[in-house]
Design a protein. Structure first.
Length: 733
């Protein structure tokens, strides 16, 4: 069994066990099995999962999905061709249902969708099973809607209205009766709640729950993005009131229950415009020549208690959302920006990981627990970077947040320099063990007072960023190890990352070869080494952003789980999220569990925490999509003012309907539709990632540099269309 499969078998939850059992039985439908045979086929050898298999077999028999033919022996019921899965709609109105136990996608023609919508959990009947071809089926039941609220534009008639949903995968609009339209006006962008879909109706019925505003206006579109993913933009009044009543003062009685580290040199390093500081570092040299380095995290769990409306709201949100022009926080401002923010010259309650370390980054001793700390200084990344680059010279006024000059003899300068040296050693070791270095360029916008984009700049990671990153990774790793290695096993929240998909790696290898790069896929060690070499080699080249993006897409998606499989991308066997509880709920859970076990508590309920992990992973995915959409919105807004300009770009994608071009100067990506290219009729060639002219034989290929101009920048549909001017060589020569 491969390493990937071995790890995957141990991460089985009840839902995947059910699907695996049914899959095994369907493949040998005439045979009966006992729990030992099922466990052997699933690669399960631990008592916990064996017990889950026994329990699941009984449940499946009770539900008549399988039959008990003899005591403890089960068989799939003959003729059962019904499966469950998630519907993935296409823009053409057909769809695919991912059936895990069959390890394949089942094609659902548009006529067999039967009112299911994208993302719904459905039951399907497979009526065509073909060797080496896609199975076809029909949706027989909608088990659970993914969502019932949608964002669209109201088209008002005299006695009713329709909301046209602006989503390429939504094949229907929603009918709204006149008495359910509320204050909305024709052409308004609204949130509509789907109520029912009568059997003979062409469209579902619904009512308008929120008027977002006029399409194209800044606030309307930002609130639309949040509403589209079911993300809130403000806190309920009762949650704000609860947070305001919290006692956030530092009490002597509470200090007695904590390790007092207020006398130890402590500081924060964050972006210049940061408003909350949830992590700080402390540093002191020990008599034996080693160093005591503390990673101090805001003690959010001291204020956010289980069972309160504050905790319920934080859990529901699960994460802060970082849009281009604002942050939608997980916690109210009284906590996120005040009580839990490790601001300079203030005492704070913290939860800490304190290590005795050598100059070589070796951990000799470790301690975890609640502390009280005092932040002596706040650095922006630029200030810390200046100290590192000049080995402690005075910080110029335009970089200093405080106007204070730091010199090489100052203890805080010594701390930054020494910790940077240790961080560099740790990073080198991590890379040597197979970690992958994704230093993707981030696109940032300069906004004026009205949140209009007036410029674009790129954020890159330098030594100061990597210093903070390494010590946060250390804390996350060591906390996870501390719990994960205890016997008997204790429930904990892990950040998991599986190995990359083989098919995606081979596709990436084929693609990068078009640019003259190579990938070695012989084994896992070579894959990591080769990926790092690739990412380093493309630095500063025209294809960098494209290859960075595609390399990230080959990776499995990281997620939260109580079942640890390690973190492939970081090359860690144990990893958790402990360092950002202001903005991530899993970190709050990690803090609570860690303290519970430090107090000698019994293992927490695994199923309860696994459900919370799944919710957190889902909310993280929604937040990421919203953040991506807000960037796209701002890019389109920025390009609206550049209609008369020509831009040099790189072909970043090729499809049957057009080519995507990413502008080199600002990373804005738009589409040139094939029908808009006048010089010839072009056909899509998937093998070459290219379009080829029928008459001229001219080729536009992935990675080619071309000149484009803006054809259409549609803020409402969030589409950016380009005109193709020509290849770089043609235009410049």
């Amino acid at each position: 069994m491969s390493k990937k499969n071995r790890k995957g078998s141990k991460s089985a939850n009840l839902e995947s066990i059910t699907q695996n059992i049914l899959g095994i039985m369907r493949k040998e439908s005439g045979k009966d099995f006992n729990y030992k045979q099922i466990a052997a086929k699933m690669g399960v050898d631990d008592p916990t999962n064996r017990n889950k298999i026994i329990r699941t077999l009984s449940q499946l028999a009770a539900k008549k999905k399988i039959e008990e033919v003899d005591r403890g022996r089960y068989r799939i019921k003959a003729g059962v061709d019904y499966y469950q899965g998630i519907l993935d709609m296409t823009a053409k109105g057909s769809g695919y249902v991912v059936v895990e136990e069959l390890d394949e996608d089942v094609f659902i023609p548009s006529g067999n969708i039967n009112k299911a919508l994208d993302g719904d959990q459905v039951e399907i009947y497979i009526y065509k099973r073909r060797r080496n071809k896609k199975s076809e089926g029909e949706i027989t039941k909608i088990l659970q809607r993914k969502k019932t609220r949608f964002v669209g534009v109201l088209q008002l008639q005299e006695n009713f209205g329709f909301v046209a949903i602006q989503d390429g995968k939504m094949y229907t609009d929603i009918f709204v009766q006149k008495n359910k339209i509320g204050e909305a006006k024709d052409g308004d962008k609204v949130v509509v709640e789907m109520e029912e879909w009568p059997e003979k109706a062409d469209s579902p019925f619904g009512h308008i729950v929120q008027v977002l505003g006029r399409p194209g206006e800044h606030q309307t579109e930002i609130h639309s993005i949040l509403a589209q993913y079911g993300l809130p933009h403000e806190f309920p009044e009762e949650v704000e009131a609860f947070a305001q009543k919290l006692d956030t003062s530092i009490q002597e009685e509470e200090i007695k229950n904590r390790r007092d580290m207020r006398e130890v040199l402590t500081f924060t390093i964050d972006p210049k415009d940061a408003k909350d500081f949830d992590d700080a570092l402390s540093f002191r040299e020990l008599e034996n020549g080693n160093f005591e380095i503390g990673i101090h995290i805001a003690d959010v769990s001291h204020y956010v208690k289980p069972g309160t409306i504050l905790d319920e709201e934080a859990f529901n949100r699960a994460t802060s959302v970082y849009l281009v022009d604002r942050v939608v926080p997980m916690l109210p401002e009284v906590l996120s920006n005040n009580a839990c923010s490790l601001r300079p010259n203030e005492e704070k309650y913290t939860f800490s990981a304190v290590f005795e370390m050598t100059s070589k980054g070796e951990v000799k001793e470790q301690w975890f627990g609640r502390t009280v700390t005092y932040s002596d200084a706040r650095f922006a990344y630029e200030e810390a970077q200046y100290i590192i680059e000049t080995t402690g010279g005075d910080i110029p006024e335009d970089l200093s947040l405080t106007g204070k000059a730091y010199r090489v003899e100052d203890p805080i300068v010594t701390a930054v320099l020494k910790m940077n040296q240790i961080a560099e050693v740790m990073r080198k070791k991590r890379m040597g063990e197979g970690a992958i270095s994704f230093d993707k360029v981030e696109v940032k916008f300069e906004l004026d007072e009205k949140n209009e984009p007036v410029g674009v700049f790129f954020k890159t990671s330098k030594e100061a960023n990597k210093l903070i990153e390494e010590f946060m990774l250390l804390a996350n790793k060591k906390v996870a190890e501390f719990i994960g290695k205890q016997k008997p096993k204790k429930t904990f929240v892990y950040r998991c990352h599986d190995e990359p998909d083989d098919d995606k790696l081979f596709a990436l290898k084929s693609l990068v070869s078009k640019f003259g790069h190579k990938l070695d896929l012989r084994d896992q060690k070579q894959i990591s080494k080769s990926l790092n070499s690739l990412l380093e080699n493309v630095q500063g080249k025209k294809e960098q952003n494209l290859i960075d993006t595609l390399a990230i897409r080959t990776m499995s998606k990281a997620y939260y789980s109580t079942e640890n499989i390690g973190h492939y991308g970081l090359a860690f066997s144990y990893y958790s999220h402990f360092t950002s509880p202001i903005r991530r709920y899993p970190d709050v859970m990690a803090h609570r569990l860690l303290q519970h076990y430090l107090d000698n508590g019994k293992s927490a309920a695994e199923e309860e925490y696994e459900a919370k992990c799944q919710h957190s992973s889902n909310m993280e995915s929604l937040a990421t999509s919203a953040e991506r959409d807000s960037i796209k919105f701002m890019q389109i807004k920025f390009m609206q003012d550049h209609n008369d300009e020509e831009f040099l770009g790189v072909i970043s994608g090729v499809t049957e309907w057009g080519i995507y071009v990413e502008i080199i100067a600002n990373k804005c990506e738009g589409m040139v539709r094939l029908r808009d290219i006048r010089e010839d009729h072009f056909d899509f060639d998937p093998e070459q990632y290219a379009i080829i002219g029928r008459k001229t034989g001219k080729v536009y290929q992935l990675g080619d540099e071309v000149y484009v101009s803006v054809k259409n920048a549609d803020l409402v549909k969030r589409h950016l269309d380009f005109n193709l001017i020509g290849s770089k060589d043609e235009v410049e020569n």
